[in-house]
Design a protein around this ligand. Structure first.
Ligand code: ATP
Ligand code: MG
Length: 355
């Protein structure tokens, strides 16, 4: 991992955001169309570098909450008559792996774009790492790493140059680039592609490069819009491991995905959105219990036979295990929970509404 502590970034993350989502006051930094040298922009005013502490909050009107990496209150975004996000109250605990789940058009990318300073909300309050993305974009950008749902197109740029470009945007001294690029490429397993053209990479490799780019300035909060999309099974597992590693380093990770089983393994919290509305939020298990959802327990016995039981809570699950072993003295060799996952939760909560 990078040890770089960046001064403030000015660049717009090179995303595939819809053109209308770019606030007029934040020009997009364009990459060079040929290889190095890459011009390093002049330094900006000092700012508090990234780290895993000191979430602020004093400028957002939401009050101070070091425990929350991201909060929204009454967040609403309209596109003409369409209400893409409707009165959204999100609470993302610092250090969480927070899954934003929702069907196509639910408002996930719109929410992420607002958090990432790329889109202004119609109304409501937002706090990201203690700052308001609309009024303190600079501070927010220094603290977040945003991975859009697809990599922007960069003609005539090699993998190494691509990361160097972002290192320069984040004012990381040129002397640190080689070790920074080495570390990032190793982290995402692209060391062998260092001199390849970015647009020659496979989709999965572009995803990994995009993730590496979000880490260039060692941000506290990672906002990843469908990072696993296009990855092969091995790469997915590796991504999961990588996200686990980043969480251990104290980063807050907000992630969207349609592959719920994937989120299930890594998410400490989820929010379920449908047609712009928040349907549920919290640890998946807590949501399931609140909704009175059931889960199936499969028990395998010594002779290889299996039995299925239905339970409604952790307490019932514990009681079942005790009953089978202590009271019935059954030779239980496996006690596995099946079908209690996010997918079930998602199907239970959403109605398939699209707007
Ligand atoms: N720039 C825009 N102009 C008008 N409508 C938009 C714009 N961007 C998004 N929308 C609409 O806002 C709603 C939410 O879109 P969004 O991209 O946030 O959904 P999503 O949850 O990310 O979906 P997906 O799972 O398909 O990525 C959709 O109805 C979409 O058509
Ligand atoms: Mg989306």
């Amino acid at each position: 991992m990078t040890e770089a502590v960046p001064p403030p970034p000015t660049p717009q993350p090179p995303s595939s955001q819809p053109p209308s989502s770019q606030p007029p006051s934040t020009p997009v930094a364009g990459p060079p169309t040929t290889g190095p040298p890459i011009a390093v922009p002049p330094p900006l005013e000092p700012f508090t570098p990234g780290g895993t502490t000191a979430l602020g909050g004093e400028h957002t009107g939401l009050g101070y909450s070091p425990a929350m990496a991201v909060r929204t209150l009454g967040l609403t975004k309209r596109y003409g008559p369409l209400v893409a996000i409707d009165d959204l109250n999100l609470n993302v605990p610092a250090g969480a792996v927070f899954g934003l789940i929702g069907p196509n058009g639910a408002g996930k990318t719109t929410t992420f774009s607002i958090l990432a300073t790329l889109l202004e909300p119609t109304s409501g309050s937002v706090e990201v790492a203690g700052h308001d993305p609309a009024n303190e974009a600079q501070q927010v950008r220094g603290r977040i790493g945003f991975m859009p749902d697809s990599l922007g197109v960069y003609d005539n740029l090699r993998v190494e140059e691509y990361l160097e470009f972002f290192a320069s945007c984040y004012r990381i001294p040129r002397t640190e680039w080689p070790s920074l690029v080495d570390g990032l490429l190793e982290l995402v397993d692209l060391t062998g592609k260092r001199q390849d053209w970015v647009d020659s990479l496979s989709r999965g490799m572009k995803q990994r490069l995009s993730l590496a780019r979000t880490l260039v300035h060692d941000p506290d909060v990672l906002i990843l819009d469908e990072p696993a999309s296009g990855l092969d099974p091995r790469a997915r597992i590796e991504l999961r491991e990588l996200l686990g590693e980043l969480q251990t380093m104290g980063k807050t990770i907000i992630i969207s995905s349609h592959i719920l089983a994937e989120l299930e393994e890594i998410c400490t919290d989820v929010a379920i959105l449908e047609a712009g509305r928040l349907l549920a939020q919290g640890p998946p298990r807590a949501i399931l219990e609140q909704l009175g959802g059931t889960r199936t327990i499969q028990v395998r016995l010594g002779d290889g036979s299996t039995r299925d039981y239905t339970v409604g809570s952790d307490a019932e699950q514990q009681a079942l295990l005790k009953r089978l072993i202590v009271e019935e003295e059954l030779p239980v060799t496996e006690f596995t929970e099946i079908g209690a996952g996010l997918e079930q939760l998602f199907m239970q909560i959403t109605e398939g509404r699209v707007q």
